[in-house]
Design a protein around this ligand. Structure first.
Ligand code: AMP
Length: 431
């Protein structure tokens, strides 16, 4: 994960002792490339805009210098509690789980500040009262989802006028989740003079507009590259109606310590869990209809290895850090090609080798090609021994599903192309 410009140690990045001691305990031997580039810029007070592979060590890249700046330069709430419920460092994230995870990371990096730095996470789905109590007297670092933060501002539980550093994590995701209005509401409440760090996997127009509005002469860091990915991607052709059998077979055969299986709908999570249960596999589900208490419990149990198979919708696709997750399986293909990259990025984090499997039947064929094209990847189609695709049936279905009959005169050409290894042959190849 390093390159020629990567400093060899965190000490080279001018981090202070309490942080260095913690990084040693966490066995972070070297800064990741994104940490090497971002930490010095943040310490120099610069705005930053960054795109980086998920799992690249983004959280430490912003959290370490934020903690250092707060500790060395600003008044911490512990030494000067304010009745104003102010906050110094604000980190905005798109999901509840990410809010908790980022806050836990910040707290972990801060252990050698001996409780001097107050870090709080606020997010929806749980009672507001307890969060209001915690915010009393001010907060050094607040990690929040936009909607709940706005609620807390309107009940005067928190004030943003003294924010010194703002982090927008997964900015593209926040906007795609429909937080556009909430974000502009929040940004209007922040002081003009502040440092802003913006992270986004992709840079659609809305993110570019935010960039214009928010950033002042930013340092640009772009580290999304295929070379850095440590996820091995494989794709298996399966017969229509056999996906559950193939999934059960793979889980039993490989005995993965943990497997994260993605489907596209909340009720598909439940259905698949029932079907696996009938095949002797216990799986838990994780989706947006579940209460927050349940979601937290299940995720903790999955992270600790207590749950081996978790079936989830795309609410689990972004940002979640599950240490050494061995495999991600796309039972349903994600609708958006960028979600494919986010899903598979749950595995292969922090330089570990991970595995991402996609099960596709003839109906997924076209969509998978779109995913490949958009993500600039090309994967060999494989088959699972014992579940070989019925080539005749499949071929008939592909033909039957073709959008319309080819105009006269083109049929011959098409057939010829296929015989030479045209697109449908890829589907039939047994590798
Ligand atoms: P993140 O992209 O921030 O979610 O980080 C992904 C994973 O990498 C987390 O489990 C971190 O604890 C871990 N990590 C971050 N930085 C380093 C580092 N320099 N060395 C080793 N592991 C790291």
């Amino acid at each position: 994960m390093t390159n020629a410009t990567t400093p060899n140690s965190f000490a080279d990045l001018a981090l202070i002792k309490p942080l260095l001691a913690r990084l040693e305990e966490l066995e972070y031997q070297q800064p990741t490339p994104i940490q090497a580039q971002i930490i010095p810029s943040v310490l120099a007070g610069r705005d930053v805009i960054a795109g980086a592979n998920t799992g690249s060590g983004k959280t430490a890249a912003f959290a370490l210098p934020m903690l250092q700046e707060l500790f060395t330069k600003h008044n911490l709430v512990k030494s000067s509690p304010s009745k104003g419920n102010y906050v110094s460092g604000l980190i905005l994230v798109p999901t509840r789980e990410l809010a908790k995870q980022v806050a836990d990371n910040v707290k972990s990096y801060a252990v050698h500040f001996n409780g001097e730095i107050k870090t709080v996470a606020v997010f929806g789905g749980v009672s507001t009262n307890a969060q209001m109590q915690t915010l009393r007297g001010g907060t050094d670092i607040l990690v929040a989802t936009p909607g709940r933060l706005l609620d807390l501002i309107s009940s005067n539980a928190i004030k943003l006028d003294r924010v010194k550093t703002l982090v927008l994590d997964e900015a593209d995701r926040m906007l795609s989740l429909g937080f556009t209005e909430e974000l502009s509401g929040l940004l209007a409440k922040l002081p003009k003079q502040k440092q802003t760090l913006l992270f986004s996997a992709t840079f659609p127009e809305q993110v570019q507009a935010l960039t214009q509005e928010l950033l002042n002469d930013p340092v640009e860091v772009q580290l999304q590259s295929d070379d850095e990915s440590t996820v091995v991607q494989r794709v298996f052709n399966v017969n229509k109606g056999e996906k559950t059998a193939v999934l059960a077979h793979l889980i039993k055969k490989h005995q993965w310590r943990q497997a994260l299986v993605f489907v596209n709908a909340k009720n598909s999570c439940e259905h698949l869990a029932d079907k696996l249960y009938k095949r002797g596999i216990e799986a838990d589900v994780f989706h947006g209809d579940k209460g927050q208490g349940y979601r937290t419990r299940i995720l903790d149990a999955f992270k600790s290895g207590e749950i081996e198979v978790l079936i989830a919708t795309d609410i689990a696709a972004r940002g979640l850090d599950i240490e050494k997750l061995p495999v991600v399986i796309n039972f349903d293909l994600p609708r958006s090609p960028s979600d494919y990259m986010h899903r598979i990025g749950r595995s292969g984090r922090a330089g570990e080798v991970g595995l991402a499997l996609s099960l596709i039947d003839y109906e997924d064929l076209h969509h998978f090609k779109v995913i490949e094209k958009k993500n600039k990847i090309r994967l060999e189609r494989e088959q699972v021994a014992g579940f070989e695709v019925d080539e005749t049936v499949t071929q008939e279905m592909i033909e039957a599903n073709k959008p319309k009959a080819a105009p006269a005169g083109t049929g011959k050409k098409k057939r010829k192309k296929k015989a030479q290894g045209g697109s449908d042959d890829i589907w039939l190849r047994n590798s």
